[in-house]
Design a protein around this ligand. Sequence first.
Ligand SMILES: Cc1nc(NNC(=O)[C@H](CC2CCCC2)CN(O)CO)c(F)c(N2CCN3CCOC[C@@H]3C2)n1
Ligand code: NI
Length: 183
Amino acid sequence: MLTMKDIVREGHESLRIKATKVNLPATEEEKELLTKMLQFIKNSQDEEMIEKYDLRSGVGLAAPQLGISKRMIAVHFSDHNERLYSYGLFNPRIISHSVEQTYLPGGEGCLSVDRDVPGIVPRYARITVKATTLEGEDIKLRLKGYAAVVFQHEIDHLNGVMFYDHIDKNDPMTPPDNAVSVD
Ligand SMILES: Cc1nc(NNC(=O)[C@H](CC2CCCC2)CN(O)CO)c(F)c(N2CCN3CCOC[C@@H]3C2)n1
Ligand code: NI
């Protein structure tokens, strides 16, 4: 199973390069890795597992955070309407997005960043994502609010972008003009 020691931290090259597309159908090894990534996120939300393996909680994970520069992400969370998003995805891409922006009022963190970086992280308020699931199905997801934020954070990792790259250095705590905060 994956634990925190498998997660690379700031300074590792894979967090700052563009990850490589996965040739589909994925190999057994790639499917095994994506399965482990999804299981890590689920484990990181289980009190006993957190305690036993000293895990930091997460709702998403991207393969470059394991030092593997491949376009693979796993997410496991419920949005504020209690809709469960639990996916291992190959080659996720944003095919369209709103002009309007959103943000988490408390800012963002990252399992690859061992420090607090305060500040508003502007994200698109609505995005449409296409990807291929762990099971090999092509899907299209229309996401807004919290779910949109999580997916953008993960897809950023596939492009070498860290959440704090989006924080306005001159005015980190002021939300952008055309933005609505995620409730
Ligand atoms: C928002 C949040 N971020 C947590 N951590 N950071 C992460 O997930 C990073 C990715 C998130 C940072 C902002 C958007 C995406 C990991 N990233 O680095 C991957 O690239 C949480 F842990 C968390 N929750 C709320 C839901 N809760 C359900 C019960 O279990 C605990 C869990 C905690 N919410
Ligand atoms: Ni992250």
